[in-house]
Design a protein around this ligand. Structure first.
Ligand code: HPA
Ligand code: ZN
Length: 324
C-alpha cells in the first residue's frame, strides 16, 4: 500500500504555505532576519507541537510565520514545499496563503505575493508541478480588513485563482464575510471556506448559502446533519478533508473514528489533504497511508480519493479529462 500511494499521481487542495514551515527553516529564517524565537533548539520547538484544539495550534502557527519577512523568505518556503510535492508525486497543488498575518506585522502584501508567485512559476518550469494560489481572509479579523486585503490583491488577479476563509472558526461565522466574498466572485475569483472543522454544521450551510463556495475546507461536521450530507452528495460540493490535522487538533479522538471513509462510501466528493504538514507530522502520502491503514482500504478505494481531488480542483475541463 505504501508504494502504491507513493506512486499514485496526486492533487492537493488544502495546504497552508505557512503551515509547511519546517522547524529547520524556521531557525534559518529567524537568524537571517534577527528574530528571537522563544525556543532554544529545534527539538524544544518540536516538543511544543502538542495541540489540544485549533486555537492552540493557531497561536504557534502565527508566531512561527513571523520569521517570514523578505520576498526571498516566501520564495524559499514555497519552493521547499514544491520540492516535497515532487518527492510525494503531487502533480498539481492549490495552496493557501494568509497575507494578513504578514501585513498586520508590517510586511507589505507585495513582498509576500511576489515571493510566492515567483516560486510557483519556477516550480512549474523546473519541477513540472502546476498550481493555483488561494488567498485566505482571517475570519477572526474584520470584514473591513478582508476588503482591504482583497483590494491589495487586485494587482495579482492573474496569479490568484480563489479566495478562502480560515483561522478561529467558533464565533466567526461565514455570514460575516458575505459582502467580501460577493466582491471576490464579481472579480472572477473562485471561493472556498474552512467550515465545520470545529464549528457546527450551520457553518457549512453558511458557507454554501451566504458565501456560495465552490468547495468546503474540512466540512467533517456535516455528518451531524443527514440533510446536509444529502445536499453535499446531490450538488457534489467537494470537501477538502485533512485527516492527520483532524486527529492532532482533536476533531476526532483517533483515526479509526474519522468519518472520511463513511463519507466516501455515501458518495460525498471527499479528498485527502495535509493542511499544515510541518505542524501535524505528515505530508500528503502520510495522510493517505494513515487513512488506508486505519480502515483497511483497497487500492481502488484509495485511488478514488485522488480521482476526487482531480475532479474537485480548479483545473480546466481539458486538463481534468487528460488526468482521468
Ligand atoms: N483551520 C483554520 N485555520 C487554519 C488552519 C486550519 O486547519 N490551518 C491554518 N490556518
Ligand atoms: Zn486548513
Amino acid at each position: 500500500m505504501k508504494s502504491f500511494i507513493s506512486g499514485l499521481p496526486k492533487v492537493e487542495l488544502h495546504l497552508h504555505l505557512e503551515g509547511t514551515l519546517e522547524p529547520e527553516l524556521m531557525f534559518i529564517l529567524a537568524e537571517r532576519n534577527n528574530v528571537t524565537l522563544p525556543y532554544s533548539s529545534i527539538e524544544s520547538l518540536k516538543a511544543a507541537y502538542q495541540f489540544h484544539d485549533l486555537q492552540a495550534f493557531l497561536d504557534l502557527y502565527y508566531q512561527g510565520a513571523l520569521v517570514l519577512q523578505t520576498e526571498q523568505d516566501f520564495y524559499d518556503l514555497t519552493y521547499a514545499y514544491l520540492e516535497r510535492c515532487k518527492e510525494q508525486h503531487i502533480i498539481h497543488t492549490e495552496v493557501f496563503f494568509d497575507p494578513q498575518i504578514h501585513t498586520q506585522t508590517g510586511t507589505p502584501f507585495d513582498v509576500v505575493a511576489e515571493g510566492i508567485t515567483r516560486a510557483l512559476k519556477d516550480g512549474e518550469a523546473n519541477l513540472g508541478i502546476s498550481s493555483g494560489l488561494i488567498m485566505c481572509f482571517q475570519r477572526d479579523l474584520s470584514e473591513e480588513d478582508a476588503i482591504e486585503t482583497l483590494k491589495q490583491s487586485i494587482a495579482y488577479k492573474d496569479d490568484i485563482v480563489a479566495v478562502g476563509l480560515d483561522s478561529s472558526e467558533l464565533g466567526n461565522p461565514p455570514e460575516k464575510f458575505e459582502r467580501v466574498f460577493a466582491m471576490a466572485r464579481n472579480a472572477g475569483l473562485k471561493t472556498v471556506a474552512h467550515a465545520g472543522e470545529e464549528g457546527s454544521a450551520d457553518y457549512i450551510w453558511g458557507a454554501i448559502e451566504a458565501l456560495h463556495v465552490d468547495r468546503i475546507d474540512h466540512g467533517v461536521r456535516c455528518t451531524d446533519e443527514p440533510k446536509l450530507v444529502q445536499y453535499l452528495i446531490e450538488h457534489q460540493i467537494p470537501l477538502t478533508v485533512c485527516p492527520l490535522s483532524n486527529v492532532q487538533l482533536n476533531v476526532f479522538g483517533e483515526m479509526t473514528q474519522h468519518n472520511i471513509v463513511e463519507l466516501l462510501k455515501q458518495g460525498v466528493l471527499v479528498t485527502i489533504n495535509s493542511d499544515d504538514p510541518a505542524y501535524f507530522g505528515g505530508y500528503l502520502n502520510d495522510n493517505y497511508l494513515t487513512v488506508a491503514e486505519a480502515f483497511g482500504l483497497t487500492k481502488q478505494e484509495v485511488a478514488r480519493f485522488s480521482e476526487n481531488a482531480i475532479m474537485a480542483s480548479f483545473l480546466s475541463v481539458e486538463r481534468k479529462q487528460r488526468l482521468q
